[in-house]
Design a protein around this ligand. Sequence first.
Ligand code: GLA
Length: 386
Amino acid sequence: MDTGQIKQMFIRKFGESAIGPSVFHAPGRVNLIGEHIDYNGGYVLPAALEFGTTLVIREREDGLIRLASTNMPEEAEIKLGEIGLNKSGQWTDYPVGVMVELAERGFPVSKGYDLFYHGEIPNGAGLSSSASIEVVTGYGLLAMGGYDRDTVQIALLSQAAENNFVGVNCGIMDQFAVANGKKDHAILLMCDTLEYKHVPFQTGSYKLVIGNTNKRRGLVDSKYNERREQCAAALERLRSCKADLSYLAELTPSQFEDFKSALTDETVRNRAQHVIEENARVLASVEALTANDLEEFGRLMNLSHDSLRDLYEVSCDELDVMVEEARKIPGTLGARMTGAGFGGCTVSLVHEDDVERFVREVGENYRARTGLTGDFYVCGVGEGVE
Ligand code: GLA
């Protein structure tokens, strides 16, 4: 759907008015490598997608905030003085949470608005549809209020909305990628300091293929929190070897070799090993991409998946089957799960001549082995919020 069509739907929903509506857009994101690293203070390498969430906003005279969407049935109507007093348990909690955080930071929503969302990201697939809604709301409302739009601050307040209002204990990666993406570039983000740089993502005749397992991500929140607790436990124990350790990802793999006997619980040790080695793989990936060594990058993607499956244990049968099938295609350089895990999507780097075959064969074999139908998106890297 193009912007003109979304505006028409907006007018059908909210009616004509002398004031023209404004349009904003935030992408989804795919994490290329660096999984379950953001809350461990290390490096991640996500990229913005070419599809995302479009937001049409128009001011209202009567101090009401109204929220509606083209692709989700729930709507909300909130009086200016009552923002954040109630949670609905629906998608509208994301924008409301952002309004609460804006007010906390001295940018209260002080006028009524109609807000109309059009989402192109499959919900719950691990491509950050919620971060996209949050970031586009923060950016759009700041713009409408005549405020500056600092995209790092917008990422932070969007994460805070998710942590505090929605109640999901996520790290900073998703909101940061959505807010600060750049076309044809990945973002190397240091999650402790939020220093970042855009790394050219030029894959020549290779394409990124995202595979949606369409497996519902059951238990993802409780398992996610459990992983965070296990990492905190590992950190606590490792402080007996290195008192000034602030985050797990500060350790190099060779330091970990020296200290790992302090982690007597095998599960906790495995979690820590994943984090420390995955962090090193992110830096190695940046070197490989900079040197245009896509084969090496693909190899690191494969290692990342295997570690998420065996050490961090956040994969699931559906993700493993899709990755296995992806790796059977000769033009696949690497394939891994992306995002929190327990369902959601895979990401593969595939030679353009083999993409059709990939979609057909991985799709057929995935269906035969799991009974589920996967969806595939061949996609480039898009811009951040605008
Ligand atoms: C989810 C969270 C992120 C990050 C990833 C795992 O997407 O929202 O903060 O922790 O999982 O890398």
